[in-house]
Design a protein around this ligand. Structure first.
Ligand code: PEP
Length: 252
């Protein structure tokens, strides 16, 4: 079913006590201001997952990781498996964030393996796609996003695809303060929904949740979320600020 979701990506920020404090305040906020059908996901560093999962008990709020290994288990020093993530109580995982693609050379085939591994372990996947600035400037952005989705996600059978959320994050807008315009976001989200329709049919396309990410904040969230194909946001920097984050959720 298509959902309205705001997911916070804490990235590599906050020590354990700061993470607990932020999760506790956000959890209490949504206890007193119920989400009424919307969902909030807190994607924390791995070491916070267990503690934050124990705190987050409010209806509609869940926890996610920001990455997982493409391997099941074994001699992969420093890696964290999808089953380990699931065992913390986390329910979601971000796959294919541009910072993973760019800084850690995660390619489409590795991301397809990560996605499959996450789904095998009952995690909902938030699959990121998006172009870098030169790709947009050369009008290659639709081709790039199509390739990322076809190689990383559309190999899934329908049942598994339905357990995924897509996040469109133009790389030039991430952490730069430069947001895609509402029209640019809608244009790409509409294109993505069209791709889903081609692969899985009209019903699945209508049910697919597509989030926008890239310098989304309380002051621009409402105009982005007002678009018919934008179902919420993946929020980086602003997810670390309790009031800002809660106001973004309010704008949805
Ligand atoms: C992100 O990292 O997914 C993101 C959207 O970051 P920011 O909101 O800081 O641009």
């Amino acid at each position: 079913m298509r959902k309205k979701i705001v997911a916070g990506n804490w990235k590599m920020n906050l020590d354990i006590s700061e993470g607990i404090e932020l999760a506790t305040t956000i959890n209490s906020h949504f206890l007193t201001s119920p989400l009424e059908g919307k969902e909030v996901i807190l994607c924390t560093p791995f070491i916070h997952l267990n503690a934050v999962s124990a705190i987050v008990k409010t209806a509609g709020v869940s926890v996610g990781a920001q990455n997982c290994s493409n391997h099941k288990s074994g001699a992969y020093t420093g890696e964290i498996s999808a089953s380990m993530i699931h065992s913390t109580g986390a329910k979601n995982v971000i796959i294919g964030h541009s910072e993973r693609r760019i800084y850690y050379a995660e390619n489409d085939s590795m991301l397809a393996e990560k996605t499959a591994e996450a789904l095998r372990n009952n995690l909902r996947v938030i699959f990121c796609c998006g172009e870098v600035l030169p790709e947009r400037e050369s009008n290659a952005h639709f081709d790039v996003v199509k390739r990322q989705l076809e190689n990383g996600l559309f190999m899934l059978p329908e049942d598994d695809f339905r357990k995924c959320v897509i996040a469109y994050e133009p790389v030039w807008a991430i952490g730069t303060g430069k947001t895609a315009s509402p029209a640019q976001a809608q244009e790409m989200h509409h294109f993505i929904r069209g791709l889903v329709e081609k692969h899985y049919g009209t019903k699945v396309a209508a049910d697919t949740t597509i989030l926008y990410g890239g310098s989304c904040k309380a002051s621009n969230a409402a105009e982005l979320f007002a678009n018919p194909d934008v179902d919420g946001g993946l929020i980086g920097g602003a997810s670390l600020l309790k009031d800002e984050f809660c106001n973004i959720v309010k704008a949805l």
